[in-house]
Design a protein around this ligand. Structure first.
Ligand SMILES: Nc1ncnc2c1ncn2[C@@H]1O[C@H](COP(=O)(O)OP(=O)(O)O)[C@@H](O)[C@H]1O
Ligand SMILES: [Mg+2]
Length: 163
């Protein structure tokens, strides 16, 4: 499974932009990693690649922000979620199977939030501006996406290991 290494914020954004054209409705990306690891930066690049026009910020207080692009982008941040039951209040499960792409920051906080299909992306701070981004695939669609993403990133000359 691929691991990406980025050495500046723009490169993490570019990784997201490279993934965007590969996505289709119902795809789910879980993002985990410490504050400042680059979860939102990756999402911003993804949004750009999906043709989202407005600014994309961490939905920490809202827990969900929706952006209009080629297909809708549902950007969750579960940092402040207290109990898994609250996922229902956010319409979480319906949205994951809905008409757009779901990105879930802090998606690893609740086992209930982990989908059976998609990508589980762990971002790690490895230095001031270095980030190690490990991709784990979930299900058949996850494997397909991970492979396609690694191929597309390698094609752009990005740092990819274990593709
Ligand atoms: N290689 C890198 N990739 C992503 N962000 C980086 C990188 N190097 C430094 N940064 C900085 O780290 C911070 C990441 O913030 P953010 O994307 O909001 O993280 P998170 O959503 O994981 O809390 C930004 O201030 C960004 O400029
Ligand atoms: Mg964030």
């Amino acid at each position: 499974m691929p691991t990406f290494v980025t050495s500046e914020p723009a490169a993490t954004g570019e990784l997201g932009a490279v993934l965007a054209p590969l996505l289709r409705p119902g795809d789910v990306l879980l993002l985990s990693g410490d504050l400042g690891a680059g979860k939102t930066r990756l999402t911003q690049g993804l949004a750009e690649g999906l043709g989202v026009k407005g600014p994309v910020t961490s939905p920490t207080f809202n827990m969900l922000l929706v952006h209009e692009g080629r297909i809708p982008l549902y950007h969750f941040d579960l940092y402040r979620l207290e109990r898994a039951e609250q996922l229902e209040d956010l319409d979480y499960f319906a949205i994951l199977e809905g008409d757009g792409v779901a990105v879930v920051e802090w998606g690893d906080r609740f086992p209930e939030a982990v989908p059976s299909d998609g990508l589980d992306i762990a971002l790690r701070i490895a230095g001031d501006t270095e980030r190690v981004i490990e991709v784990r695939s979930l299900g058949v669609r996850g494997r397909e996406l991970a492979r396609a993403w690694a191929g597309a990133a390698a094609g752009r000359g990005m740092d990819v290991e274990g593709a």
